[in-house]
Design a protein around this ligand. Sequence first.
Ligand code: KIV
Length: 279
Amino acid sequence: MGRWMKHTVATFRKAKEEGKKISMLTAYDYSTAGLLDAAGINGILVGDSLGNVMLGYEDTISVTMEDMIHHGAAVARGAKNALVVIDMPFMSYQASVYDAVVNAGRLMKEGRAGAVKLEGGKEVVPQIQAIVQAGIPVMAHLGLTPQSIHAFGGYKVQGKDEEAARKLIENAKEVEAAGAFAVVLECVPAPLAELVTGQVSIPTIGIGAGAGCDGQILVYQDMLGLFSDFTPKFARRYAELGVAMQEAFKSYIEDVEQGRFPAREHSYGMSDEVIGKLY
Ligand code: KIV
């Protein structure tokens, strides 16, 4: 897909048709969104992973609609070309179709999303249908769905046995039929993700799902070395910014302690005459 163009669900659809790979990363703030956008990313996900990497929770369960709107709106202000997808947080859509439509609407109106993402397959089909019917594009999310971490009993690869694999394929077809424009496949064996990709006409966006998906997404802290609570096996490190930041912080502390910062060029002056009168 082109580097300097406004990306929408239509460009995601076209990419799949033309066999072009889709690039996505997460972002949670204005400055990072601007950097991703300028680099030419196709889509930015304001993931509820912000609970882990921005707010320090051990899972995504406590993330609220207000958190998503606050961070989503900041990202939307920074992203001029990328499609901004905002996650629907835990319990903003599971309890009822009504909740799902109202909360998806808030992410569009207040968060300025271009699309919303929610987790689950068959069980959330009525929600996907209703949100899509309201004119809001939906990205689905299958495989390891972190909002169900307590039901899974931990962060584990999904779809490894025949029954689970068949269920995943079925769910991918269900969310497609419900109107989702794309589906994230998280922590799914690569051969299964490739099979699913060939069986649905909407783009699959993989994270820990191998190279056979139509696109890829990573949490940006994982690829830049900015989050050390845990490092998923699937995340390639493109930079060690955590180390670079720590070194810069240490240099600053030393400079302050030794009186080397601020220097003259970082300070504001005034006339000797005025300051002289004050002594
Ligand atoms: O919340 C998130 O960042 C996500 C991605 C891992 C796909 O859902």
